[in-house]
Design a protein around this ligand. Structure first.
Ligand code: FPP
Length: 249
């Protein structure tokens, strides 16, 4: 999409024709290292990370991004020490408590992907409430990946398709990439145009494995709590300069 004049006037972008990604996905990495650098407990890094979430959501709204997917808790993150998992879940519940009003005011539509039904009751109820209350909004869609694993998502889709074939609702020959995409958690949204990962790591870490096939990658050396609105806009500017070929010439 092309950018609205307001964003140009606000100095957000370089030109009125700057190509803005419709869908940006973010791996928010480096909270633990941020805390360690300050001799703070890891949870302090996650708290600082949740402030950065607010800043990036605002920047995405300003820039005219349509979909923002945030990797907030992976299915592998349960392997962390119990105290850290508990504090992340409390932080998520508090974030939703404190920010649901703002989500509604900013016309944000909140969604979630991952096995969210396995989350503890407190964050799950708040999440469901925020999703319900914001369902009619038509501004930025923020998609939280929670208890998410790309392999689990594909596995669940394969199971569902296999059931349909077994029940004669579908022939094996009818299974196409579009059919598989239509069985993923992300079925409602376009694939990400841009993936941002912070803290310099060059990995995809089981995030949106199917959906990232043609996504542009942007690795920032900054730790997530230090990632600002300006850093997000730098990533968009970098994206705008790239030529996407989708396997063509
Ligand atoms: C990775 O940093 C980050 C996470 C596992 C959790 C992301 C959570 C937040 C940004 C805050 C809560 C989110 C919301 C939506 C309220 P890490 O701990 O792996 O960092 P490290 O690699 O430096 O140890």
């Amino acid at each position: 999409m092309q950018l609205a004049g307001a964003a140009l006037n606000a100095g957000l972008v370089e030109s009125a024709t700057m190509r803005v990604p419709r869908h940006v996905a973010v791996i928010m990495d480096g909270n633990g290292r941020w805390a360690a650098q300050r001799s703070l407990p890891r949870v302090a890094g996650h708290e600082a990370g949740s402030r950065a979430v607010g800043e990036v959501v605002h920047a995405a709204i300003e820039a005219g991004v349509e979909f923002l997917t945030l990797y907030a808790f992976s299915a592998e993150n349960w392997k962390r020490p119990r105290a850290e998992v508990d504090s992340l879940m409390r932080l998520l519940a508090r974030f939703l408590d404190e920010r649901t009003g703002e989500i509604l005011e900013k016309n944000v539509c909140l969604k979630a992907i991952g096995r969210v039904w396995e989350l503890p009751e407190q964050p799950r109820e708040r999440l469901e409430r925020a999703i319900r209350m914001s369902a009619g909004n038509n501004g930025l869609t923020v998609i939280l990946a929670l208890n998410y694993s790309g392999r689990n998502e594909i596995t669940d889709a394969v199971r569902e398709i296999a059931r349909k074939v077994r029940d004669r609702e579908m022939e094996p020959e009818e299974i196409t990439p579009d059919v598989i995409a239509a069985h993923l958690d992300t079925r409602e949204w376009p694939d990400p145009d841009l993936l941002i990962r912070t803290s310099g790591e060059m990995r995809v870490s089981n995030f949106l494995l199917w959906q990232l096939s043609y996504t542009e990658l942007y690795i920032s050396p900054k730790l997530w709590p230090d990632f600002t609105r300006e850093d997000f806009l730098d990533a968009l500017r970098d994206y705008a300069r790239r030529e996407r070929r989708f396997g063509g010439v």
